[in-house]
Write a protein that binds this ligand. Sequence first.
Ligand SMILES: Cc1ncc(COP(=O)(O)O)c(C=O)c1O
Length: 481
Amino acid sequence: MAQPTLFDKSQPGKRCTQMPSAAMAAEEFLPADQLRAEAPRLPELSEPEIARHYARLAGQNFNVDANFYPLGSCTMKYNPKVHEEIAGAAGFSRLHPSAPDECAQGALRLMRELETWLAQILGMDAVSLQPPAGAAGEFTSLRVFRAWHDSRGDTKRTRVIVPDTAHGTNPASVARCGWDVTVLKSGEDGRVAPEALADALGDDVAALMLTNPSTLGLFETRVLEVNAMVHEAGGLVYCDGANMNALLGHARPGDMGFDAVHVNLHKTFSTPHGGGGPGAGPIGVVAKLEPFLPSPRIVERGGALAWDWDRPESIGKVQAWFGNFLVAVRAWAYIQANGGEGLRQVARDAVLAANYIRASLQETWDLPYPGVCMHECVLSAKTLKNATGIRAADVAKRLLDYGIHPPTMYFPLIVEEALMIEPTETESKAAMDYFIEMMQEIAQDAAGRPDLLHEAPHETPVRRVDEVAAARKPILRWREE
Ligand SMILES: Cc1ncc(COP(=O)(O)O)c(C=O)c1O
């Protein structure tokens, strides 16, 4: 049934707050050709009606505060509410970005401390908080790589090697940077094979982008050898650190030989993820790349902190102002609250949770890359599809009926009918047991009651949508019929 819109509920003459009449009539300060001929058609409602409308819509939205959300490659963890309160404190949330440095010492100190802590966690020499997302961190790092190659007069390097398991943002960032992508086929075990890498390397290779742990939830066990090979060939290595939740306090990209890495604060460090809200993808780099980092940088001057804009080799700005500051505040609070031992425990629990789910479901579902996983496990519905016609998408839709957000589907691309599950450290054993039980029930229903799955979801406010039409002909705003 179509959901009533505010326009359906509108009644002529209803109003919210009465605004005082303007001191000047619009005709007095707007040119005549910019004046409306007639008033816009807006819904007319009282304030409680509007509040209830939006509260009802918000309640229909699936979110991690309400339900289990095991969306892989996304680290949809529960974020402690106290960090929201800290980010909402007036001294942070009302600080104007162009406040003079001397009035913003607290904010500068927080950002400086976060840079230092992230550098320690990542094993890097310098960090920039400016990129506003993971993809932006990738793009920024590649721009930094490019500036470094250019500074050495090495302009023939135009190729970037990207494994076939990489997130789609990796090749997209390469293309945005004006370089070409060489796709690297994974080895039998799902990891980068040095033998295949050797064939792909050449003196035109600018970089390798490697996700560790990979999107198969696997640790790249030959990472030291792989990174040394790229360096030997004159290239740089970039770590997509979106899966840092698995490594916190146990292993550092810098120690693995990477030259740059991004980390998603909106995944690993306590900013609510999804819904298109602000995020942050800070990057860490080795010392030789520091001069090329985005401007401005925080420096100490005369016993105080200040923004330094005088950076002749910098690639410039990649985001308005200094990045998404309030996301940095949450991350600072999260690291402060956990401390080193707490962060190590986060990674231990995240990996344990993923392996609990893997071990519990690997008899019922396909596990294309067997063995211990890291923060996520990638199952497959391939056998189920061949036997019953039930696909990964049907499984995902049926999970919604049980109040569980679907895992990531059909990614990584090398796994047929992939279901990528990332429970994260914030879920209880009871939540995971419920998920495991429902996955087993779905496998049984696939054989006995396939229509139940083909037609799912049955219990959600909106039933199965036509995804092709939604992508090709999106309806993004209300129109009067
Ligand atoms: C492995 C990996 N890399 C990069 C990204 C891109 O991050 P963002 O969505 O913040 O741009 C993601 C996002 O989910 C990811 O899973």
